[in-house]
Ligand binder design. Structure first.
Ligand SMILES: [Cu+2]
Length: 259
């Protein structure tokens, strides 16, 4: 149901969607039951000639049970939802499956830096490749990410992966995801981080092995045309190896020119 609106492109996306659907159906059940009963009672006990309205204090057990029993049912459903949530939470947030690859994600007002590990699969080595606002990953690889912030709270949010994690200045937060579908997906900062927050987006491209190699080659030799920039209709000058966000491309520069 949800993939009709947003692609589900990670290994845990279906689990998150199931939770949404379970909650939606439970709410739908109660919504129709409560409003159905409400409308039925309004019609059944509407004003009629010769019948006086009764005054009900709602203190007798025979009266209070109509609020107490539904409360118990709601609590039972709550417990069921929390139990289901715990399983998914433990899978996604509490466990770190073995990695095939690793990236570093750095948020700052108002752009994203991505450090790709390069062929050796390790960060902080000479073959690292950094980009601004363009993340490249390989399909069916389990990625670990190291999430950092240079200034304020940001949030690394990729709706297609059903992934969302706050970035906290001074901390490195580790997490994982495994893309399962190729394509280019949106990434959006999801934590209010200043006046450029709304346009602090990026593109995540999930590649096949060959396409990943080709793209990384293009980035290194400076011929890569960024998915992110393409979307905005501007051509990028991509330096081959960035260690920090290119100030020419950064949002702070763009914003400074606007305001
Ligand atoms: Cu933000």
């Amino acid at each position: 149901m949800i993939e009709f609106f947003v692609a589900n492109a990670s290994s845990f996306a279906p689990d998150i969607d199931n939770l949404f659907e379970v909650v939606t159906w439970i709410i739908a059940f109660w919504f129709f039951l409560v409003f159905g009963t409400f409308i039925y009672l309004i019609l059944k006990f509407r004003r009629k000639k010769g019948i006086k309205a009764q005054y009900i204090a709602g203190e007798k057990h025979s009266e209070t049970k109509w609020t107490h029993y539904p409360h118990y049912a709601v609590i039972a459903f709550d417990v069921a939802i929390i139990a289901l949530n715990i399983f998914v939470w433990v899978d996604i947030k509490q466990t770190l499956p073995p990695r095939d690859n690793i990236i570093r994600v750095i948020g700052q007002q108002w752009s994203w830096t991505f450090v790709h590990a390069g062929p050796d699969g390790e960060l902080d080595t000479a073959d690292d490749i950094a980009t601004a606002n363009d993340l490249h990953v390989k399909v069916n690889n389990t990625y670990h990410f190291e999430l950092q912030s240079r200034d304020v709270l940001h949030n690394f949010s990729v709706p297609a992966f059903r992934l969302r994690q706050d970035a906290v200045p001074g901390r490195t937060i580790n997490g994982w995801f495994k893309p399962t579908k190729t394509g280019t997906f949106d990434l959006q900062c999801a934590e209010m981080c200043g006046y450029g927050h709304g346009i602090m987006g990026a593109a995540v491209t999930v590649h096949s092995e060959e396409s990943y190699k080709a793209t990384m080659g293009q980035i290194e030799n400076g011929t890569y045309e960024s998915h992110y920039q393409k979307r905005r209709g501007t051509k990028t000058e991509y330096p081959s190896r960035l260690t920090h966000v290119n100030s020419e491309n950064s949002f702070s520069k763009i914003l400074a020119s606007i305001f």
